[in-house]
Design a protein around this ligand. Sequence first.
Ligand SMILES: Nc1ncnc2c1ncn2[C@@H]1O[C@H](COP(=O)(O)OP(=O)(O)OP(=O)(O)O)[C@@H](O)[C@H]1O
Ligand SMILES: CCCCCCCCCCCCC/C=C/[C@@H](O)[C@H](CO)NC(C)=O
Ligand SMILES: [Ca+2]
Length: 503
Amino acid sequence: MGWTEPKNCFVPICEIIAVEETEFNKKQRNIGRWQKMAKLHAFTVHYVKKARNHRWRCSDATFWSVDEHLCNQWTQALKELLEMQKSRPKQLLVYINPYGGKRQGKRIYEQKVAPLFSLASISTDVVITEHANHAKDNLFEVNIYKYDGVVCVGGDGMFSEVMHGLIGRMQKDSGIDQNNPKASLVQCNIRIGIIPAGSTDCICYSTVGISDPVTSALHIIVGDCQPLDVSSVHHNNTFLKYSVSLLGYGFYGDILKDSEKKRWMGPMRYDYSGFKTFLSHHYYEGTIAYQPAKHTHGSPRDQESCRTGCYICKQSGKQLAEQNKERGLKHEEGEEEWKVIKGKFLAINAVNMSCACPRSPKGLSPAAHLADGSADLILVRKCSRFDFLRYLVRHTNQDDQFDFPFVDVYRVKCFQFTSKLSEDNESNVMDIGKKRFGQFCRDHPACCCNIVNSTWNCDGETLDSSAIEVRVHCQLIKLFARGIEEDCKDEAAHSQSSIEQLL
Ligand SMILES: Nc1ncnc2c1ncn2[C@@H]1O[C@H](COP(=O)(O)OP(=O)(O)OP(=O)(O)O)[C@@H](O)[C@H]1O
Ligand SMILES: CCCCCCCCCCCCC/C=C/[C@@H](O)[C@H](CO)NC(C)=O
Ligand SMILES: [Ca+2]
């Protein structure tokens, strides 16, 4: 049997995309002495080729022989091996936001993703969304259980919609009240795939290592599975939203609020509003109370980051399974101590994952874990503009962004925030003058002290309330991803189950 380039092809079965009988085109291939022989039979193996920077591409190798039976045996054997890859999806529900990011979602899906799904024999039901919340609402109506996964083509906002639809549907079907902040939520086993076509694409970047539609499509095809923590956000026993990436008050909340008015600018809106918000340099007073996560969950100051097969996340998964076994689905609130911090903050950021994205490749909290059941709470206190700029710049280089006297970071399992304004209003509801007219500090007009509230940025969407109660739900959802790989090339070279072995 012969084969085309590459000469030394070594592919784990789990990285084969498809195997198909091929019409062997002698003219296109330099097959030397084989050309003189009788009819050739061939099959092509399409497989994942790992390139630099976590990028995956689809490559192929064609094998040929004069022996038709041998060719058929090979094709059959490989197809059977592929059938045995039980984690691979066969049927997907796809939502495309045609207006996300640079408005390329539909084109990206049709040109780059759909051909790969079809090659891998994945059948799809595709919905092109017509308005915000279309995907979320639709997930409450369709028979989600017939799908192996739901794919969203868009940005973090689109992912958030699909996640809310799926989690909400699971709780509804299980009779769980989402308004109860202490409810043990039911895990969602229908995986979500993200084809990045948004402005930040932070969730895709932080779970795959790159924001690239073809790479993400291939992770879906090979059936990867990455559990993910989700935070629930409540106000006064009312459910507000779920968050998987950033819950940001102050700086990131103000950027979002301003940028929403500039959606027409596309992804550039964040740079424009970011610059504006940086210049405004507003800080906000408030109180944070949090319960620390167990020290076994590492620390936000760790040097090691969460990577594929992360030990800390695996241990958290085991603990979660044991807890669920022990007490059924009943949740018992731990008696751990609450820590309270009052202050003036330029930014309060709670992140369930690193929040790495093309703008900040190591993210807001480089050592945060995808699936450890905790969030990193970052408090940036009032400081000078210059110091705040130094802090921001460190998100883009190798220096430690937590190594400043005005920055504190804690690993937490839950927290609450109340702004000074709402505290004051609660203690003196009659002080309407202050509420309505005291927009800026009257004592110090130039001091940037802001006695209005900021807005919470919840994965790119604003929240209506500034006073919130947040709880991390360990591994509530699953993605078609595997976390960021340490070194793709080495892993491929050491795999045991390969075509080369078969040959
Ligand atoms: N057809 C539609 N028309 C208008 N809005 C939509 C439509 N479909 C989805 N949306 C909404 O658009 C919002 C933003 O979409 P998306 O996240 O895809 O792009 P983005 O905001 O540019 O990217 P990012 O979230 O990464 O910053 C989502 O919150 C979603 O609810
Ligand atoms: C002068 C240089 C300043 C560079 C500052 C770089 C910091 C960038 C950090 C970006 C983190 C983004 C976290 C992700 C948030 C998403 O949930 C959300 C929705 O897509 N995006 C934004 C921008 O709010
Ligand atoms: Ca986490």
